[in-house]
Design a protein around this ligand. Sequence first.
Ligand code: PBG
Length: 326
Amino acid sequence: MSLHLPHRPRRNRKSAAIRDLVRETELTPGHLIYPLFIQEGRKNDNIASMPGCKRWCLDSLVKEAGEAHALGIPAVVLFPKIADKLKSSSAEECYNPEGLVPRAIQALKQSFPSLTVITDVALDPYNSDGHDGLVAADGRIVNDDTVDVLCRQALCHAEAGADIVAPSDMMDGRVAALRETLDDEDFQDVSIMSYTAKYASAYYGPFRGALDSAPKAGDKKTYQMDPANALEALREAALDEAEGADILMVKPAGPYLDIICLLRAHTVLPIAAYQVSGEYLMIKSASAAGWVDEAKVVQESLIGIRRAGADMILTYFAKDVAKRLG
Ligand code: PBG
């Protein structure tokens, strides 16, 4: 029995060797960025909302980042847990040159000059209100005064040796302001990875648990994007490009593959995608229950993000994946 088909797509799947030859998308440790939570003190703490992740003290941070780098991961991004007594409504701890983040940057760059250190630029870990921007008496999130504080924060990170600053705050005009501040202070080589299309997402819940950084009142919908919108991501991308961003980011990743794909079609800039804490937790929980194979689901989720058009992926699975690929 033969159907006499001229086209049999299965021929290109008939062996592992041929599947290797025709594969369109690659995932290597070189595509991964490893987000790391940090804290003061001499011990590490497990993060209840993110099983398998820890908040690292600085000594352990250096060890963990070094292991990841040795596995081929080119970059880490840092998220600090700030003690309540250092939080304030003006968030001035975010530009303290003796603060946790600047010390972490210095320790990492000293031990591993070839490791790219990325920092988060936003006020939420430092702000007693838990918002990414300053909060006015009437509850509004103030744009322009926030940008001024973000510039100080980014400059503080650059002075400590950060390679890339990553504004995750979604204030208007912050990329241009950061570029100008960095250039004025002779940090022309510090890059800006902009959270271009950052959605107001319920998938950030476990992260806010890790840093105790949830907003005290209200939500983030007046600055983060509405999950229903795609064209608006193109507007944000055009602005970030014009303002001098080096890399555009989409966040979250998995539920927003169409946005990654859309941006890919409209920009020649590199695109990053952030597989966020909720995406991580869903895979972890389902595999801990024995319902899915963690390694396979992680691989498929990351290949999907790469296939959609992301050049690089921020993922809490980075080190596990690099181990498996290596
Ligand atoms: C805050 C920030 C958030 C994340 C990264 N930076 C949380 C938020 O916007 O509320 C979330 C990352 C994750 O969920 O993994 N500037």
